[in-house]
Design a protein around this ligand. Sequence first.
Ligand code: F6P
Length: 538
Amino acid sequence: MKNIDPTKTFSWKYLKKHFQEIKKITINDLFIQDPNRFNNFSINFENKILFDYSKNIINQKTLSYLINLAKETKCFSSIYSMFYGKKINVTEKKSVLHTALRYNHNILFLKNKEIYNMIDNILKKIKNISNDIILGRWKGYTNKKIKNIINIGIGGSQLGPLMVTETLKEYKNKLNLFFLANIDPIQIINLINQINPEESVFIIASKTFNTQETITNALSIKKWFINHINGDLNKNIFSKHFIAVTNNIDAAIDFGINKKNILPLLSEIGGRFSLWSSIGLIISLSIGFNNFEKLLQGASEMDYHFFSTPLDKNIPIIMALISIWYSNFWNTETEAIIPYCDNMRFLPSYLQQLNMESNGKSIDRNGNKILYQTSPIIWGDVGTNGQHSFFQMLHQGTKIIPCDFIAAAIPYNNKYKDHHLKLISNYIAQTKALAFGNIKNIHKNNIYKFCFGNKPSNSIFLKKITPYNLGLLISFYEHKVFVQGIILNIFSFDQWGVELGKKITNFLVEDINSNIQEKINQYDCSSKGIINFYKNFN
Ligand code: F6P
C-alpha cells in the first residue's frame, strides 16, 4: 500500500476549488443541465442491484476529480494487495483474507493452497453441523432434537450474523435463534427463561476467546447448564450442546469444548468482516448451507466487480468517493442508512461497526496526526418508520446528511402487495423530496413550509432480497469502507481504540470488588463520584 496524504494530491486541490463553484448549484439545476442524468449517474448491476447516485451534488467534473483522487492515491494497487494476500493490516502484521472465504474468483487471486484447504475444511464442518442439526440428527443429551441455537458473541461475532439472519428471515427454518451479546444480566436472564437446555446448542463465537462479555456470558451459561444436569457434566454431554468458533483453540479446549466441536477462525479475518467465516455458522443453521453458499457467491460476484471494473463504473469505489466528497469538502459529519425493508433493521448497526471501527482513526499510515475527516458517523433506521421521527430534520434541518436509501423491487411474498407498492412509493418520494424540495410550489408567505431540497442521497434498489443479493450488498459496503480507508491514508483493519476501555474496565472490576477505598481514591473525581454512588447501593 502506498501511504499518500490525500490532501497533498492535485485532485484534492482541484476538488477544493471545484467545491466553491458547485456549492452554488442545486441538485435541481444539475437535473435541468443534464436530461440524461439518471443514465449518466447510475449503474444497473446485472439487473440485481440498481445503484442510482444521480441525486447527489456532483457533476461530471466532480466525478472526474474524485476518480483522479482514487488514481493519485493508488487505489487499485491497494485493492490488488488485499486480494493477493499482502500484509496490508500493517499494525497487526497480517493479511486481510475475508474475500478469500468467498467462492470462485478468489481462486484467481490468492496462491495459497493451505489457506484454501483450511477454508474448505471449515465450510465442510459448517455444512455437516448445519445439516445434522436442521435434519434432527444431532440430538441433545436426553435424546431430544435441537430447537434452539444460541450465539454467544459480541461485535463482529454478533452483528453480521444477526443482520443477515434477520434480513433473510423469510428463508429461515424452524430453529429458534438467540443472540447473547450484552453483559447486562437482563439479557441472559431473559434468554434462559425461554429455552430448555436439553434442546439447545450454544455457539461460543469469539475470535480471541477472551472478550470479557462473551466469556462471562459463556461461563454463566455453562454453570446454568451444569446446574440443570445436576453437576453430572461429562465430555459426551457437553459436546452435544457446546460449539466454539475461534482462533484461540487452546482457550476453547480449556473451556471444555470438544475438539471436534471447534471451528477455527483464521487470524486474518477481522471481526467485522467475519460473517463469511465460521462465525457464519448460525447463518447456515438458520437458512441452510445451500443458502449460506449463495450468500458467499453473491459476495464473490461483487468482489470480482470491485477487482476488475474501471473506476468510473465501479460501485464500491464511486460510493466511497461520494462519501469522501461530502465529509471532506461539504463538512458533513454523518451518513444515514435507511432500509425500506423491515427485516433489514439491523443494517445500520452492522454498518456502524463496519465503518466506524474500520475508519474511525486519526493517525495516518505515515504516523502523522490527521487534519481531515475520516469515518463519518453512521446511523439510521428503517423507512417508513423514520419518516415519522428524524426525517423532519433531514428535510428542514440545518445540516446536510447524505443518505443511503435501500429497498427491494420484489417483496418477500405476494401477500399485501398494496403495502409494498406504498412502501416503495415512500422510498422514492423521500429521495425526491430531499433532492428537489418544494419552494417552487409554496407561496412565499408560507416560509415554515419551505423545503429547500438539495439534500443528497443514493438509492440502492435490489431486485429482491435473496441470500445471493444480500451477499452482493454487504460485499459492496465492505469494499466501500476499504476504499475510503485507502484514500484517507489510514489502516482500516485494526481497532486499537477499543482496547483502552477494555483495560480500564478490568481495573475497575478489580478495584470495586476489592472494597479498598484507597484504590477508589486514586481515580479522577468524576469516576470516583460515580463509583461511590454505585457502592451506596451494592
Ligand atoms: O472490541 C472490538 C472487537 O475486537 C471487535 O473488533 C470484535 O468484532 C469484537 O471485539 C469481538 O471480538 P471476539 O470475536 O474476539 O470476541
